[in-house]
Design a protein around this ligand. Structure first.
Ligand code: ATP
Length: 358
């Protein structure tokens, strides 16, 4: 089998590539150049280092290596979605879109044209025995299936996740045993492909500040914000308003776009507007067979958050209603809701309207 290994220069994709070579596949490595900090406007971006590391690992493994330039496609498919989302007042998820549009989208097109049968990444995810479904990664701390929720069935079919059965410490151990250059490299953070750039710095470069009042639930002005797009529902750090109550912090509970107001409240188990059980989803996408009948499932509202039991009712046109068994904290319009049946990823959708409890 001829497999293209998507190599980011990190330890996970290094080990993924090494395992494929060990398994006897014909493997070629590729680094996707998606976003270059040409103007040096958004801080340090270690992409050059990443290419050097990815190439070094490919050399160690004795495989061919390519740098594939997909900067134009990245701007068109991911950066545009990201900036439009923020301008429309929702919270987009570029990491999820990267997987569907870039790694398993344009990079796969590139691979297909060159006769590859599959594309592999260093995601902590596993394939089901049928080869047509995605299961959570074996390491519960690292599981990355949330980011794969919007993948299409034909993308799932050609995807390979060679490290999904490993725990992170086992993976590091394997990398050391193989003497890979990236064995002790620290894990990447920040927006997918943009590098070690914080979302806030990125946004401040591309979206103008739009200051407005910070108010409490009674409408009293407590301070000034720099632009609603720079805050997320449920956020506690960096609001800039100190609570003088011991061990009680302010949390963002609403963004009122009409008035450009950021609403904050002291976080308690019953803080109004912070919790919701009912919502609608849009842009429903399934990783396998479409599901168009009401059903019970588990719905994960963000990365590193447990999936909650929910009733799912399709409304047609890619929309659905979701009713959680337990109230969920800070559900956010624009964010991705990953849908599971136990450990099996069914698909994903975008949070649309949320009925916050007052
Ligand atoms: N620029 C890139 N070029 C090629 N593949 C990439 C690139 N960025 C990410 N990937 C692929 O997507 C996977 C998941 O990306 P993510 O950014 O979440 O990295 P990660 O989990 O830190 O993994 P790694 O340690 O391999 O960087 C990577 O393991 C890699 O296979």
């Amino acid at each position: 089998m001829k497999i293209l290994a998507a190599m980011s220069g990190g330890v996970d994709s290094s080990v993924a590539t090494a395992l494929l070579v060990q398994q006897g596949h014909e493997v070629v490595g590729a680094y996707m150049k998606n976003w270059i900090n040409e103007e040096n406007i958004v801080g340090h971006c270690p992409w050059e280092e990443d290419i050097v590391d990815a190439r070094a690992v490919a050399d160690q493994l004795g495989i061919e290596f390519h740098v594939v330039n997909l900067m134009r496609e990245y701007r068109e498919r991911v950066v545009k979605y990201l900036l439009e989302g923020y301008q429309d007042g929702i919270t987009p998820n570029p990491d999820v879109m990267c997987n569907r549009e870039m790694k398993f989208g344009v990079l796969w097109d590139w691979a297909k044209e060159r006769g590859f049968d599959a594309i592999a990444t260093g995601h902590y995810a596993q394939k089901g025995e049928d080869g047509l479904s995605i299961l959570r990664g074996a390491d519960p701390n690292k599981d990355q299936t949330y980011f794969l929720a919007m993948m299409k069935p034909e993308q799932v079919r050609i995807a390979r996740f060679p490290i999904g059965h490993l725990l992170k410490p086992e993976l590091r151990e394997e990398a050391r045993k193989l003497g890979l250059k990236t064995a002790d490299k620290k894990d990447s953070q920040g927006i997918c492909f943009i590098g070690e750039v914080k979302m806030e710095d990125f946004l401040r470069t591309f979206v103008d500040d739009k200051p407005g009042p910070i108010v409490n639930l009674d409408g009293k002005v407590l301070g000034e914000h720099r632009g609603l797009h720079l805050y997320t529902l449920g956020q506690r750090k960096g609001i800039g308003v100190a609570s003088n109550l011991y061990k009680q912090a302010y949390v963002v509970v609403a963004k009122r776009h009409e008035k450009n107001e950021l609403v904050i409240a002291i976080e308690r188990p019953d803080t109004p507007l912070l919790w919701a059980r009912k919502c609608t989803l849009t842009g429903l996408s399934t990783t396998g067979l479409p599901f168009d009948a009401p059903r019970l499932l588990q719905a994960q509202p963000r990365y590193r958050c447990p999936a909650g039991d929910a009733e799912f009712r399709p409304l047609g046109d890619g929309r659905a209603e979701l009713v959680y068994a337990q109230p969920q904290r800070a559900l956010t319009p624009g964010q991705i809701c990953a849908l599971y049946e136990k450990d099996r990823l069914l698909g994903g959708a975008v949070f649309e309207h949320i009925e916050y409890e007052s």
